[in-house]
Design a protein around this ligand. Structure first.
Ligand SMILES: [Fe+2]
Ligand SMILES: [Fe+2]
Length: 358
């Protein structure tokens, strides 16, 4: 299929590692013993929700560790659910693609599905053991994570669009933002000293696979946009992408939805904080009352997310005004970065700033 030759190279890389999926994921996760948790974290410490807030300082050391580990569980339960959602759309894309006579491209799409299932299996194994360690169940976690249902909306919306349009171009075009978001967490965890070694190894292996999945969404996204012949379809896809990208990030974000808000509050309740205090703590944290600036690791993550998105936008085959508009939309959800070392409001400045590695 014209424009998708790069999948051949990605498949060759995947072929080299496919036999090790068990060793890299579910067999590795099987070696995770919660009795060895001791002082170990499971998530970048500074990325723990409420880190550095007054409520954080009121928690005991054990509660801080529990919050950190539950952040891992929530984040990777959401990731696992999103990966299953993405798999459905990948297989739908594979169907469209094989029907159009490009079996090689379809096979690589299906390969990513196999890889994602190995990831999900490994994450669930670790999550269930961590929950068991705290006397919690997966139902407790699900109840505290109402934003999981967004995955269903995402699949239904793209399936409907795909059915109406006859292709999954919109899906592939928007998937990139999800990949970048995930990579942001994993590149932060690589240098953390206290993370449990088994989980750290698991997340490094995940980062390796996801770097390739990200190349797939980036290249496929650009190719998909190029194949949208009607200018209106392209413009709508670009505006939709910008809105979608502006709405996601780990941690606090001024576009947090009601569902995200509930997830953050209920997780704090699981640690032993009463509802009223948890609601107040969330409002202060989210509105940047006590800490207008994020901790350095989180700020770096936010800049990385912006940089990857801006570079993606720069490479899109659309008019400069539309690129500027997309960057403005995403940047408007990242106003906290305006205060970083002379950073101006113009998205181009953010792009340059991030490209220098700050
Ligand atoms: Fe994955
Ligand atoms: Fe992936």
């Amino acid at each position: 299929m014209e424009g998708f030759e790069f999948t051949q190279r990605l498949k060759e890389v995947s072929d080299r590692f496919v036999d090790q999926l068990g060793e890299h994921f579910y067999l590795l996760a099987d070696r995770f013993d919660p009795a060895t948790l001791r002082h170990h974290t499971l998530f970048p410490r500074e990325m723990t929700w409420y880190y550095g807030e007054p409520i954080w300082h009121r928690l005991s050391e054990e509660q801080k560790l529990m919050l950190n580990r539950l952040c891992f569980c929530q984040s990777y339960l959401s990731t696992g659910v999103a990966e299953v959602a993405v798999n459905i759309l990948n297989m739908e894309s594979a169907l469209y693609t094989i029907l159009r006579g490009a079996p090689e491209v379809a096979l690589y799409m299906a390969r990513e599905v196999v890889e994602e299932m190995a990831h999900v299996q490994a994450f669930l194994k670790v999550i269930e053991r961590v929950l068991d360690f705290y006397g919690l169940t997966l139902d407790d976690l699900r109840h505290a994570n109402p934003s999981l249902r967004l995955a269903k909306t995402y699949v239904n919306a793209h399936t409907l669009l795909g059915w109406l349009r006859g292709d999954l171009h919109y899906y592939y075009f928007t998937r990139f933002a999800l990949n970048v978001n995930q990579k942001t967490v994993e590149r932060s965890i690589i240098d953390e000293e206290d993370v449990h070694p088994v989980v750290q190894a698991l997340l490094k292996n995940h980062a390796t696979d996801e770097a390739r999945h990200m190349q797939m969404s980036r290249a496929t996204g650009i190719a998909a946009l190029r194949q949208m012949r009607h200018p209106l379809a392209r413009t709508l896809a670009c505006l939709g992408y910008a809105r979608f990208a502006a709405s996601i990030f780990i941690g606090r974000h001024n576009r947090d939805s009601r569902l995200t808000r509930e997830t953050r509050i209920r997780t704090l309740e699981l640690v032993g904080v009463d509802r009223e205090t948890a609601e107040r703590a969330y409002a202060e944290w989210k509105n940047r009352v006590n800490q207008p600036q994020d901790p350095p690791l989180v700020r770096m993550g936010r800049l990385y997310f912006l940089r990857c998105n801006f570079e993606y936008i720069d490479d899109l085959p659309v008019a400069p005004w539309l690129k500027r508009r997309m960057k403005r939309t995403i940047f408007s959800a990242y106003t906290d970065l305006q205060n970083v070392a002379g950073l101006q409001t113009a998205p181009e400045v953010a792009s340059q700033h991030a490209a220098r590695g700050h």
